[in-house]
Design a protein around this ligand. Sequence first.
Ligand SMILES: Cc1cc2nc3c(=O)[nH]c(=O)nc-3n(C[C@H](O)[C@H](O)[C@H](O)COP(=O)(O)OP(=O)(O)OC[C@H]3O[C@@H](n4cnc5c(N)ncnc54)[C@H](O)[C@@H]3O)c2cc1C
Length: 312
Amino acid sequence: MLGGASKAFFSFLAQNGVLKKLASRYGMRSSGNVVRRFIPGETVEDAIRAARVLEAHGLTETFDHLGESVTSLDEAGAATRDYVDVVNAIIESGVERNISVKLTQLGLDVDRASAVDHLRRILELAEPAGFFVRVDMESSRYTEVTLEIFETLWQQEYRQIGVVLQSDLFRSEHDLQRINALGARIRLVKGAYREPRSVAYQRKADVDAAYARMLKALLVGGTYPAIATHDPAMIELARQWAAERGVAPDRFEFQMLYGIRRDLQARLVADGYRVRVYVPFGREWFPYFMRRLGERPANVAFVVRGITGERG
Ligand SMILES: Cc1cc2nc3c(=O)[nH]c(=O)nc-3n(C[C@H](O)[C@H](O)[C@H](O)COP(=O)(O)OP(=O)(O)OC[C@H]3O[C@@H](n4cnc5c(N)ncnc54)[C@H](O)[C@@H]3O)c2cc1C
């Protein structure tokens, strides 16, 4: 995790509409493009190809059709139809059926009821086909509404759905109890968004300490939790805590992002743990890519090297 200033800078870039449009128009171009280290491509076929490679190495995946913060119902409807196509393509391909979606991509900023309808439409197709659908968590502006929508769908008997909690938010330990009480599946992350000090820990040590507490609570009292981190210390803690408490390796999974700490992903699989890789794809790759750069200075160096290499 980077210092606040860098995270804020990349967060600012991630939200920049002009840059976003330029990036989508420019596309990823060549297969050697540095973006492809983190995002296998713009099409669902690119993502499925990447998933096949992961599965051949004993990993599983969740697909994320990139996109967020649409500003009209037309766009939200189009994003929903895209997701329906993605679900159908995954069914057709025979790879594992697991997707991640963002509510702002389905129109949450425009109209809450429509966003819920859109999500329901995806679930109506995906659940009977054996998919698991994870509702990603966005910035703290959306935490409460996301959890409320999740709870509503849960009450409507959708069961193949899960949510995400971010350890950097003060409220998350309470939310963990709230979601655990439902018996729903939680993905635990540290949090990718730059948050104000009124709602979130600002020091990495505090975010990590909260992550450790939540991880322990989830392993013992959660329903098939996903420990989503690349942090070797947290992964070691999860392994130790699970072993001490007699939590078998098939009662939880680790999750990591595509292209990040592939060595660690492989080692965990070799040690008998379940590892799911988050596979993002699509033309709207810019904000996702900026957040990954903001997390780690070495990624910026990697990109600069890649760009320099391309020119040379
Ligand atoms: C499967 C998955 C799903 C996620 N879903 C969400 C979500 O819905 N909402 C949300 O807010 N956040 C989400 N995140 C992002 C998360 O909140 C963090 O921003 C991100 O995982 C970095 O934190 P970390 O736990 O890996 O630990 P950090 O403390 O940031 O990093 C620990 C170590 O991991 C490695 N590392 C971390 N990030 C990178 C990187 N970008 N590039 C290279 N190495 C890196 C480095 O070795 C670093 O030292 C998700 C993360 C994963 C893995």
